[in-house]
Design a protein. Structure first.
Lengths: 471, 210
């Protein structure tokens, strides 16, 4: 019988079930709860209304990221509503005894960037946050997923969450990636195959030799976008690369505790013979630099491919949405995107704003200069990333190439602060969503890897980075 | 939470697929710190132009269609986890969303706010939309008790699935927190056995000893 064989996901899930409700969800214990200014105020208000406090404030960690300006962070926030929301977070954290890494704190940054870099995110945990890209933390072999504000309140009140067990899917990427192809391309490729809702109801494990060869930061980029195909989350089995990354970080176990932890983490893998509801395998050699042409992340193509036509659609019912999407983007079915002029480039967001991303971009643009038509913004994911970039002199290289290096935050990923793309303009973005208006009303977003974004910034036109790398 | 039993109403058709929560409520309207008033900005950029004038071609601005039921295309509510999307829909006055597929987080958020997501087959969705377009006064009956949705005055009906625990919560107007708060002993007992909590020193027992 295969029943005693467990997947990685099952092992972690089972270790967190406090109790199960008959005909209902499991009560799942949440090890870490991350919060930010946008999805927490109504939850705190809910606790106050019930007359209760935060059950385990020491398991909660807060930062301000979505709403914050990325310029002059030492000054009070100019926009009154944003300031009010950030102040509210400060007030709530003080009142309920929660650690806050707010503006000005050396640990401040995008919630999904700071968790891993501080060693808060560890294998085998459960992590939730009122933000769908919580799946990022899955790169450590962690069950991590986004929740709504009512659930934020639930976790604050009880450190538990009612959850029905999702189905499981394993996606294997086997083989070696070609030069110029990044983990962002892997995930855009996967989402283009599965479509935007293709993994809804599933928790995905990414596996295979191509995944195992990736750095932790590259793995985070993949897990980050799991939600863009509807998955509840995505995770990758921890290995020596994971332990090496964690060792010595601020919140990570130290000394004997670290050794004890590693011994435990080594048990976290999918048993041979364990079954998944769905299993898919792709060949790494088939993955090239990817780009999206439409208004959801599933509308991706290889950068050298043409935009599909209605005839290529799998389902007739998708026709109206497809046409609406192309009309919004101002593209024609069947066209190529190569050489299309681009005026905005955004490198940042919890998908691609870590130090490796900045290094990669700096290395590529070194000695080059952005095209005069391009407005290129690069926003580090955290204060620590920013500090490291400056220590390595990346800021100088980026400035010389004409890129504007901002202060940490979500920035133009979701257009909640003043970093927006103007109406009708195209933006190559390393973020995770190309929805209508995501980067500002009327803005047209094309998702791509940091290398594709950098190459496009240099040429001012959509560029296949491989041509510049191999030239 | 308000109790949900049965609703009979006309419906608003929005047959677009993959409607994401950024369309339902754009991020720039997420700065409020209360749950109220989001309905004003429901589908903001589809509903109003840059001058804030209503766009005549959007269904919420079409006086022919109104009601407590929104009928939308497949994969409704994908994208951002913002519960503000469910608040906006409920605040606008909808009690039910019918679609042939819902994104997970949206579904949970809706249920936590007494907004019922009713998932039907593609074929049934098409028939419902056909009826609404043929006659805007078409009434739909959504019965949570029997888990059915019916086109009123016809025999056209379909059963829908819902988690039994959630169903009980909706019918009685309970929420999850009430339930979980009663489990405190079990939660504390769990904490004493947690591998993770002991590894990072957040174990409650240790703290008490220290
Ligand atoms: S960077 Fe974008 S996707 Fe990531 S947490 Fe911020 S808003 Fe969400």
């Amino acid at each position: 019988m295969a029943s005693d064989k467990k997947t990685l996901f099952q092992k972690i899930w089972d270790a967190h079930v406090v109790t199960s409700i008959e005909d209902g969800p499991d009560v799942l214990y949440i090890d870490r709860h991350l919060i930010h200014e946008v999805t927490s105020p109504q939850a705190f208000a809910g606790l106050e209304k019930r007359g209760i406090g935060v059950f385990r404030p020491q398991n909660v960690l807060a930062t301000a990221d979505h709403n914050v300006p990325t310029k002059d962070q030492h000054l009070p926030i100019a926009e009154p509503l944003s300031r009010f929301q950030v102040d509210k977070l400060t007030e709530n954290c003080a009142k309920f005894g929660i650690e806050l890494y707010g503006l000005g704190h050396p640990f401040q940054g995008i919630v999904h960037v700071i968790g891993p870099e501080l060693g808060v995110t560890l294998p085998g945990m459960t992590i939730v946050c009122g933000d769908s890209h919580t799946s990022t933390h899955g790169a450590f072999g962690t069950i991590a997923f986004g929740i709504g504000t009512s659930e934020v309140e639930q976790v604050m009140a009880t450190q538990c969450l009612m959850q029905s067990k999702p189905k499981t899917m394993r996606i294997n990427i086997e083989g070696e990636l070609a030069n110029g192809v990044l983990s962002k391309d892997i995930i855009l490729y996967i989402i283009s195959k599965l479509t935007m809702g293709g993994a809804t109801g599933y928790f995905v494990e990414y596996a295979g030799s191509a995944i195992r060869s990736l750095s932790m930061e590259a793995r985070m980029t993949i897990c980050n976008m799991s939600i863009e195909m509807g998955a509840r989350g995505g995770l990758i089995a921890p290995d020596d690369i994971t332990y090496e990354y964690i060792k010595g970080r601020d919140f990570a176990p130290k000394g004997d505790k670290f050794e004890e932890a590693v011994a435990y983490w080594r048990t976290l893998f999918t048993d041979e013979g364990a079954t998944f509801d769905v299993e898919l395998t792709y060949d790494a050699a088939d993955i090239t630099p990817m780009i999206t042409y439409g208004t959801n992340p599933g509308m991706g193509i290889k950068i050298t491919e043409n935009i599909p036509t209605v005839a290529d659609l799998k389902e007739e019912s998708g026709k109206a949405s497809f046409e609406k999407s192309l009309a919004y983007m101002g593209f024609n079915a069947g066209d190529t995107l190569i050489d299309k002029p681009i005026n905005y480039v955004f490198i940042g967001s919890c998908t691609n704003s870590r130090i490796e991303d900045l290094r990669l971009v700096a290395d590529f643009v070194k000695g080059k200069r952005k095209a005069p038509n391009v407005n290129a913004m690069i926003v580090p994911g955290s204060k620590q990333v920013e500090k490291q970039a400056i220590a390595e002199g990346l800021d100088v290289i980026l400035k010389e190439a004409g890129f504007e290096l901002r202060e940490p935050g979500c920035s133009a990923c979701l257009g909640m602060n003043e970093d927006k793309v103007p109406k009708g303009e195209y933006c190559i973005s390393t973020s995770n969503r190309n929805f209508e208006g995501r980067q500002g009303p009327g803005a047209r977003t094309l998702l791509a890897s940091p290398l594709t974004a950098a190459a496009t910034a240099i040429s001012g036109r959509i560029t296949d980075v491989r041509e510049l790398l191999n030239a | 939470m308000e109790k949900f039993v049965k609703i009979t109403s006309t419906a608003v058709p929005l047959p677009i697929e993959d409607i994401d929560t950024d369309q339902i409520i754009p991020a720039r309207f997420l700065k409020a710190t209360t749950r109220d008033g989001f309905g004003d900005n429901l589908f903001r950029d589809w509903r109003y132009d840059n001058q804030n004038s209503p766009k005549a071609d959007f269904v919420l601005n079409n006086p022919n269609y109104s009601g407590q039921i929104l009928v939308a295309g497949k994969n409704f509510g994908c994208g951002s986890s913002r519960e503000h999307a469910a608040w906006a829909i409920a605040d606008y006055g909808f009690k039910v969303v019918i679609s042939s597929f819902f994104a997970d987080i949206f579904k949970g958020n809706a249920l936590n706010n007494g907004l019922l997501p009713v998932q039907v087959s593609d074929a049934f969705l098409a028939v419902v939309l056909e009826h609404i377009f043929a006659d805007r006064n078409t009434q739909l009956e959504v019965d949570l008790e029997t888990q059915t949705v019916t086109i009123a005055g016809t025999a056209i009906s379909e059963k829908f699935e819902i988690n039994q625990y959630k169903k009980t919560c909706l019918i009685n107007g309970y929420d999850d927190i009430d339930y979980l708060l009663a489990l405190r002993d079990k939660i504390e007992a769990y904490e004493k056995t947690s591998k993770y909590l002991s590894l990072v020193g957040l174990n409650q027992e240790q703290e008490i000893e220290a």
